[in-house]
Design a protein around this ligand. Structure first.
Ligand code: NAP
Length: 738
């Protein structure tokens, strides 16, 4: 444990030193705040303005009695100051700095001390303004800003803790990073933009004849973009020298990008120009969502969304539910790998399929939209993907991660696939293991969990794989890897699973040989761009089918629903339970069968759900549990152990929730035994699982009290607009944000 801090010495009373001193003085966090500046007048001004408790002229005395020292001088002055104070620093004194670059400060400390003291922890507040000097000191400057600490191997964990608490007391959020990473990140995000702003204003200002006009007519964009050119020139001069290498490599990357854009403009290359602009716009939106804390479900779940569903009601009318998630994912993947331009309509703009879309943009594919379900993909061909600039983040989407791993295993470049907290708990060994048999090099975290680090440049060999479990994602992953392998790749499934990948590959003109339960691809083919009208998702339609099936007086038609034979388990199961369900206007759209589904209320009876229907309805079980509760007699679910490794352990989540609502239900290892009966109201947990949340909303139609469902933010992953559509159909559910 380090000793209590009774004296803190701030050296350099400018904007940053003064602001920190003032914040610490106000919150009384670090004892007496002593200020030193080479200009004693500045220190006195600081004292008079209430920034410090004591202004000193003699640095040596103050150094030898200080418990904590903050160097807040320009980076160029750090070494000189360290040299001046080093002989007087006590062994247990804690030292930090606020310099905008870290490599050079650490190098200076090593030159001065030889062995850097364990109390030294370099730091950098990511906050500031264009002002300087103690007069600009602002005790709120660091509130809600980040401070990066870059502890060295020598830094003791006690010292890191003290500085973390010090900065947190000013309202800042503390991050820890290594020195090189800090300098690289700051070169890209702060130093490079400052260089651009200085250079742009300087260039325009040199236009002799009309520079006043340029500045007079400059619109808000110019003002925003160049605001930072008002920063302190000396400080930026020092930063350029201090972080020279990292800044030069960022400037080189930027210059190359600008040269490409110039060339595209010069030769009227619209595709390149649009490529740059759409990628940049999409990236900006992606980052804005991350910055505002709403990107993908990881960030979405920061916002608490609760559903409150009032009892009773019935459902009727005509509705259309959002596009099929599986088909939306695959339309982006295969559209990207095709030659030519693929137009997609009815695309599901949910978080998961948007994660796939972003991943392909990150790999250089130009994709316009989505705009009201319309997406245009400028395919790059089977071998046209490019190395992404960083890890591909797929949020909550297991489909993206599993399917992409097959494609990426065969690329020439290395990639890393990462996801949110919930995805990080899901098993990926089931795809990594067979891919390794094909020759892929994939590293996973413990127990085969994400992130996946995939090594590029491997030559894959076709294999025959007998899947130990029925999984469309594993099958699709291997077939996609098979497009690049040497020799044929075939996959045999123990029970039928979704065949959207096979159908869509065929739709793109890439033959897939189907022989009983075995699908086979031969490498070396080409995909040809096409049009895809994504059918409505039967898994989303399920909640409404069950709603109408369990609720007297209901008569509901759900339009344009995909009824792929590998997905119609829910229709078969509801029919076996006695539901009155008709398929109208059956037709085929882009290789996929589609129909309007009409469901009218009829009393349901409990059944033992045939195990061969389980894989055909695997995502529908949360809703099927609700149908079972509303049926007369006992319903038995078995052979559904897969449900335990979905977004949540769906068996446990449904059993726990239904018990809270008074149901008679017992979970088993691979399913549940459910007695028909009535439900009371209560508060249930969805465990951040969209389908659990929607199933309990439907349950309210048959409950006697209000059902409150926690953690529903993830409903947006598969069913944007669920609450509004449910209300329009007659379910009395409301969304509350916390
Ligand atoms: P500033 O307002 O100019 O303050 C620096 C102060 O240090 C001035 O009062 C300066 O005195 C004094 N000083 C210079 N050399 C000294 C020495 N050898 N001994 C004692 N005092 C000395 O600058 P700042 O913006 O606070 O920047 C300070 C540090 O914070 C820099 O390392 C900078 O990289 C870092 N930083 C700045 C920002 C920002 O946005 N401004 C953001 C994050 C981090 P004179 O006026 O006499 O030179």
């Amino acid at each position: 444990m380090s000793k209590p801090i009774s004296k803190t010495l701030i050296i350099g009373l400018g904007l940053i030193g003064g602001s920190l001193a003032k914040a610490l003085k106000i919150n009384r966090h670090c004892g007496q705040i002593i200020g030193y500046d080479r200009d004693f007048e500045e220190s006195k001004a600081g004292y008079n303005a209430g920034v410090i408790d004591l202004a000193i002229e003699n640095l040596v005395d103050a150094v030898s009695t200080a418990d904590l020292i903050v160097l807040a001088v320009p980076v160029k002055a750090m070494e000189k100051v360290l040299m001046d104070i080093a002989p007087f620093i006590a062994e247990d004194t804690l030292i930090t700095d606020v310099g905008s670059t870290k490599g050079n400060v650490v190098a200076a400390a090593k030159r001065v001390f030889g062995d850097v003291p364990t109390g030294f922890v370099p730091g950098h507040p990511i906050a500031g303004s264009e002002k300087s000097g103690v007069a600009a000191a602002d005790h709120t400057l660091f509130e809600n800003h980040k401070v990066i600490l870059t502890p060295l191997a020598e830094s003791s964990s006690d010292s890191v803790n003290v500085f973390t608490r010090m900065w947190e007391s000013t309202g800042a959020e503390v991050l820890v990073m290594n020195v090189d990473k800090h300098d690289e990140v700051l070169a890209a995000t702060s130093h490079l933009p400052h260089m651009l702003a200085f250079s742009l204003v300087d260039t325009l200002a040199q236009e002799q004849d009309n520079n006043t006009d340029i500045f007079r007519y400059a619109a808000g964009g110019f003002r925003d973009f160049t605001r930072i050119a008002g920063s302190d020139p000396t400080m930026w001069h020092d930063i350029c020298l201090a972080n020279k290498q990292a800044l030069l490599s960022q400037l080189d990357r930027y210059t190359a990008g600008l040269a490409n854009l110039r060339a595209a403009i010069e030769c009227g290359d619209s595709e390149s120009m649009l490529g740059t602009f759409t990628r940049a716009k999409a990236a900006r939106e992606h980052f804005s969502r991350i910055l505002s804390g709403t990107a993908y479900s990881q960030h979405m779940s920061n916002q608490q969304v609760t559903f409150r569903a009032q009892p009773g009601g019935s459902v009727s009318g005509k509705i259309r539910v959002p596009g099929d998630k599986s088909i939306s994912h695959r339309s982006i993947m295969l559209g990207s790998l095709a030659d030519g331009v693929t137009e997609v309509t009815g695309f599901l703009e949910g978080e998961d399929s948007l994660a796939t879309l972003q991943a392909f943009r990150d790999m250089g594919v130009v994709i316009e939209g989505p705009d009201a379900g319309n997406v245009t993909i400028y395919g790059v061909g089977v071998n046209g993907l490019q190395a992404p600039p960083g890890p591909l983040y797929v949020g909550n989407s297991g489909t993206s991660m599993r399917l992409l791993s097959g494609l990426l295993a065969a690329q020439a470049f290395d990639t890393e696939l990462s996801g949110d907290e919930s995805l990080t708990k899901r098993p990926m060994g089931r795809v990594a293991d067979p891919l390794r048999l094909m020759g892929a090099e994939i590293e996973t975290a413990e127990n085969g969990r994400p992130p996946l680090k995939i090594k590029g440049g491997q030559s894959l060999k076709g294999i025959h794989y007998d899947m130990p479990m029925a999984s469309a994602q594993v099958k699709s992953c291997l077939l996609l890897a098979g497009l690049y392998a040497e020799g044929d790749t075939s996959v045999t499934e123990p029970a039928p699973t979704r065949d959207h990948t096979e159908r869509m590959l065929t739709g793109f003109g890439y033959p897939v040989e189907q022989n009983g339960s075995t699908a086979k691809v031969t490498p070396g083919g080409q995909l040809h761009a096409t049009r895809i009208d994504v059918p409505a998702d039967i898994s989303s339609a399920t909640f409404f089918m069950v709603a109408a099936a369990i609720c007297p007086d209901s008569d509901l038609t759900i339009e344009h629903v995909g009824i792929n034979p590998t997905r119609i388990g829910i229709i078969n199961i509801l029919r076996l339970m006695g539901a009155n369900l008709e398929l109208l206007n059956e037709r085929e759209v882009g290789g996929e069968p589609v129909a309007d589904i009409r469901i009218r209320y009829a009393p349901l009876k409990g059944i033992h759900i045939p195990e061969d229907q389980v894989p055909l309805a695997i995502d529908e079980f949360p809703a099927i549990f609700i149908a079972a509760i509303s049926a007369e007699g006992t319903t038995v679910v078995s052979g559904a152990e897969e449900l335990r490794v979905k977004e949540s352990d769906r068996i446990q989540a449904m059993v726990d929730g239904l018990k809270i609502l008074g149901a008679d239900i017992e979970g088993t290892e691979d399913g549940a035994v459910i007695q028909g009966g009535t439900l009371t109201g209560g508060t249930v947990e969805s465990h951040d699982d969209h389908r659990i949340a929607m199933a309990f909303a439907v349950a309210s139609l048959r409950s006697t009290g209000t059902i409150t469902i926690n953690e529903c933010a993830n409903v947006a992953t598969s069913f944007p607009g669920f609450v509004e559509l449910a209300q329009s159909a007659g379910i009395k559910v409301e969304k509350e944000k916390g």
